[in-house]
Design a protein around this ligand. Sequence first.
Ligand code: ADE
Length: 284
Amino acid sequence: VKIIPPTTEEQTPAPSKDSIAAFRRTVKAFFRKNRRPMPWRETADPYHIVVSEIMLQQTQVERVWDKYLAFVRRFPDFQALASARLQEVLALWQGLGYNRRAIALKKISETVIAAHGGALPASVETLTTLPGIGHATASSIAAFAFNLPSVFIETNIRRVFIHHFFDDRTDVHDNEILPLVEATLDRKHPREWYYALMDYGTALKKELPNPNRRSKHYTKQSKFEGSTRQKRGAILRFVLAHPNSTIHAIAKHLSLAPADILPTTGRLVTEGFLQLTKKRYHVV
Ligand code: ADE
């Protein structure tokens, strides 16, 4: 299916029954063969789902895995987290970054205990009243904890829809994607369906030039693209392939100015990953 950009008058045309069915088959066939096991997919305990979804907001699955297990072992339910000392919560959060998420998670627990009788509210609307929970996170919690057919987009889901339904487009707005998420949703098995979309989207990222570059929301979703961690990886890969590169050659390859990467190359030298000889970098 190709979708033509809507004008202000038009809505995105609804996909045909056949194209919906074909899309579902593709996603499900992928998932049958490539399902990724994850500890938080073994449970529907609302507390465990909240912890994992908050951790997964800005951190990748591999980094979350062990942190999640340690966290729920030490704080097994809302009550335990609500009455914990923030110091200790932050200590367990070490390595995940964005500490405000840990503070929000503790506040969520306190609110669930104080205002909701210890039970996580099961509606998207009420979930969004909790700290650190926006519409997408509330919807993912509703799907994963309560198997509700909520409609939402996150980065991997976005990639799937842009790839399948907006092949020739740039600047795809999430408002154009949402009706398709709704139209294709498996209402009987939302939880499994969203796992499938997320796993399929993760695989597409490895296979394709990132389809999310064609999202109107791309830069906002991708702070990581300019991050030090990403620069370090790109610099090391380039110097490995091109020993004795100058700072200018490396910067040119990354489409950056030398000043943008000097702090990072400097650190790589200090840490022993790179060596600098006569103004040229090579891998040690
Ligand atoms: N499985 C459940 N929630 C997930 C998420 N936010 N990202 C990736 N996989 C998930």
